[in-house]
Design a binder for this molecule. Structure first.
Ligand SMILES: [Fe+2]
Ligand SMILES: [Zn+2]
Length: 174
């Protein structure tokens, strides 16, 4: 039997303690997209990074990833039966999820092996409050329908490599 060539899916894990004010802010916004994205849950608008309410998280993220900038930032609140269809974040370099209010029984974030769907997924990420997962924006992922009685609240974003940093590093004249 020939062995199956599996693509390597990069995933980085960090921990940023949750600020309860961010949890409340996402919950209060509720659904601002009218379920028009692959995330079939309450979804805020995409530009929360322009709002100082979230700068605690944004600053921490940029400390960890100084060569990148958050281009889009949003929050999602999943209630029983809510889910996210398989999708990716095409057009960006990195994407992330930060678990804001979850328990270990909340639906995981799953990265399937899209070339070999019969194989086990590349990653099954069990939610943990404060855990931040950063991945390649092109990697496909989904969330199974949420079953817990409490809401599953996350913050997510799209990230681009900082062009100025790249110029400084690659250009010998700087
Ligand atoms: Fe996503
Ligand atoms: Zn839960």
């Amino acid at each position: 039997m020939s062995s199956i060539l599996q693509r390597n899916i990069k995933l980085e894990s960090h921990y940023i303690p949750v600020d309860v004010k961010i949890r409340e802010a996402i919950l209060k916004r509720g659904d601002e997209l009218n379920r028009s994205s692959p995330v079939r849950a309450d979804h805020t608008q995409w530009k929360l990074h322009r709002n100082s309410e979230y700068s605690y998280f944004i600053d921490k993220f940029h400390e960890i990833y100084p060569k990148y900038r958050i281009n889009e930032l949003w929050g999602c609140t999943y209630r029983q039966g809510d889910y996210a269809e398989a999708h990716n974040h095409f057009g960006f370099d990195l994407a992330f999820v930060w678990f804001v209010d979850t328990c270990s029984f909340c639906s995981p974030l799953i990265f399937p092996d899209t070339q070999h769907l019969w194989m086990k997924p590349h990653h099954i990420l069990t939610p943990e409050v404060g855990r931040l997962y950063v991945f390649d924006a092109e990697d496909i992922h989904y969330v199974e329908p949420h079953t817990c009685e409490h809401p599953r609240i996350i913050m997510s974003g799209n990230v681009r490599r900082n062009i100025n940093t790249e110029v400084l590093e690659n250009d010998p004249w700087h």
